[in-house]
Write a protein that binds this ligand. Structure first.
Ligand code: ADP
Ligand code: MG
Ligand code: MG
Length: 252
């Protein structure tokens, strides 16, 4: 079992204090959801876990199996099994989708253990079929001219091919129609197991009907203000964030 621990995390971006003491522990075998209103720092948390530039940790720590990863680069974090699917996937011209995925798979392995082309193609075919991604998408340049839904599905394809230990999925449901949503959920659910943990970030309960989390956290004002089971998402849908804040005696 591997554990990702966020301890009293405070983060600033461009001088603004965004995360104000986030505490959270996810182990492989678990799926945690983080819900929260816009602007509360959910994406800041994802980016900071991944080590993206522009986010300064001013207090607290992020630990993987008890070891601080704060000084690790984005690549090192990825090599140790962290994966972030972004709200707005980037376009990378000049590199095909297939080349990108193969490079990413191999980046996590020593040179002599590079994946065999035949094995790679076989796995890729299998996962693309599962996600109902048309074959020609493998040959297209990464995210260039992909529709919003295609980009999301393609990120889930990367996720299935990379099989990270921890996946952070930041609003993978935004802009997906119900059919795409069920396919994306099927992909994520196929990874469920003792070797896989996930933080699923979403505004809405909808996604969590398809990917049922073990734990739900609610984030407001740069902190986790409430933690519970899957029912918490349904409860929140009724009260709304403002209602919850009132109950908790928080200012909004
Ligand atoms: P959420 O994902 O919950 O909507 P974000 O983490 O995107 O919230 O944003 C939280 C707050 O931090 C917002 O006020 C946003 O404008 C600000 N913020 C996020 N990233 C940056 C950045 N790189 N530079 C400056 N401010 C940022
Ligand atoms: Mg946002
Ligand atoms: Mg966000």
């Amino acid at each position: 079992m591997t554990t990702l621990e966020i301890k009293n995390l405070h983060v600033q971006a461009e001088g603004q204090h965004i995360l104000k003491g986030v505490n959270l522990t996810v182990s492989t075998g678990e799926i945690h959801a983080i819900m929260g209103p816009n602007g509360t720092g959910k994406s800041t948390l994802s980016e900071t876990i991944m080590g993206r530039s522009g986010y300064q940790v001013t207090e607290g720590d992020i630990l993987l199996d008890g070891k601080s990863i704060l000084n690790w680069t984005v690549d090192e974090r990825a090599r140790h099994g962290l994966f972030l699917a972004m709200q707005y996937p980037q376009e990378i011209p000049g590199i095909t989708n297939m080349e990108f995925i193969r490079a990413a798979v191999n980046a996590g392995r020593p040179k002599e253990k590079a994946i065999k082309v035949r094995d790679f193609l076989q796995q890729l075919d299998e996962k693309m079929a599962l996600l109902k991604i048309p074959e020609e998408m493998a040959e297209r340049y990464l995210n260039e001219g992909f529709s919003g839904g295609e980009k999301k599905r393609n990120e889930i394809l990367q996720l299935l091919m990379l099989k990270p230990r921890f996946a952070i999925l930041d609003e993978i449901d935004s802009g997906l129609d119900i059919d795409a949503l069920t396919i994306v959920a099927k992909g994520v659910n196929s990874l469920r197991g003792t070797e896989f943990g996930s933080l699923i970030i979403t505004h809405y309960q909808r996604l969590l009907k398809y990917i049922v989390p073990d734990v739900v956290h609610i984030m407001m004002g740069g902190r986790i203000v409430k933690t519970g089971g899957p029912d918490l998402a349904a409860e929140l849908e009724k009260t709304g964030y403002e209602g919850l804040a009132k109950t908790l005696g928080l200012e909004t």
